[in-house]
Design a protein around this ligand. Structure first.
Ligand SMILES: C[S@@+](CC[C@H](N)C(=O)[O-])C[C@H]1O[C@@H](n2cnc3c(N)ncnc32)[C@H](O)[C@@H]1O
Length: 249
């Protein structure tokens, strides 16, 4: 269960008033302020939310490994890094059922906490029911308008979600806005490969609301937004990107 002092610290940081918190997360949105593509509707389904972590995520990770080195290995390395101990603030954008938020929160110390941000009520209901890290706080909000001030977090990630989001590059800009000087931004998402370049594949996936990013689309956006040391690792059909925010001069 979330530590009440940690919850209050997150509440104090928000730039948008909390509408409701009776469900265990801080809800900032109108009741049906969510996406409408087929894949977004899936994320709004409570049965899907219930099976997401055990059944869907592992299958999806294997699909992402097709034709290349294992996404699983790179994923473990990145989530290990994001979950390192310390007095850090972490933001998990589009956290789904909190599968990583909880892990990133576990070893935090001092004033550290991890916020899981998502706009799906079924996903957040699972996040609250299935996880118990005292330093994890769940917020219902829209990733296009991250409800925190500039430079609020030491680590900001968005894993397995940018390809579902309406305006993903705007979300990348928002992630850069809320990362602190010297902090890190991490992304796992789709990338154009030989396999996904098969005629019709991109369009078919697009109709389902699943976007395939151009090889340099995410890295170029991070660089244009001022991030340094932008590193990309392509694993099969996915890409891991890690970038560092410049220190204040
Ligand atoms: C496939 S899940 C990813 C969950 C988790 N990050 C993971 O790696 O397993 C994608 C999540 O993105 C969320 N999402 C999509 N668009 C969003 C938006 N505009 N704002 C907040 N969350 C969004 C969905 O509700 C869903 O929970």
């Amino acid at each position: 269960m979330t530590d009440p002092a940690v919850r209050q610290a997150v509440r104090d940081l928000l730039t948008v008033p909390v509408r409701d918190e009776s469900a265990g997360y801080l809800d900032l949105l109108e009741p049906e302020r969510s996406g409408r593509s087929p894949s977004q509707r899936l994320m709004e389904n409570s049965v899907f939310a219930a099976v997401y972590e055990r059944a869907w995520r592992p299958v999806f990770t294997r699909l992402f490994s097709l034709g290349g080195t294992s996404t699983l290995v790179a994923g473990r390395a990145l989530t290990g890094r994001l979950g390192r101990p310390g007095d850090r603030r972490v933001l998990d954008v589009a956290c789904g059922p909190g599968n990583f938020t909880d892990r990133f929160a576990r070893d935090l110390t001092g004033d550290g906490f991890c916020v899981g941000l998502d706009f799906s009520t079924p996903m957040l209901a699972r996040a609250v029911a299935d996880n118990d890290a005292p330093r994890a706080v769940y917020v219902r909000g829209d990733a296009h308008h991250i409800p925190f001030p500039d430079g609020s977090f030491d680590s900001v990630c968005c894993l397995a979600a940018l390809y579902l989001i309406g305006d993903p590059l705007r979300v990348v800009d928002e992630m850069v806005r809320v990362v602190a000087p010297g902090g890190e931004v991490a992304v796992f998402t789709s990338v154009q490969t030989t396999l996904s370049s098969v005629p019709g594949a991109r369009q078919a996936l697009g109709m389902g609301g699943f976007r395939i990013f151009g090889r340099d689309e995410i890295t170029d956006r991070l660089t244009a937004a001022g991030m340094r040391d932008v590193r990309q690792q392509i694993t099969g059909q996915g890409q891991y990107v890690l970038a560092t925010a410049p220190h204040d001069d």
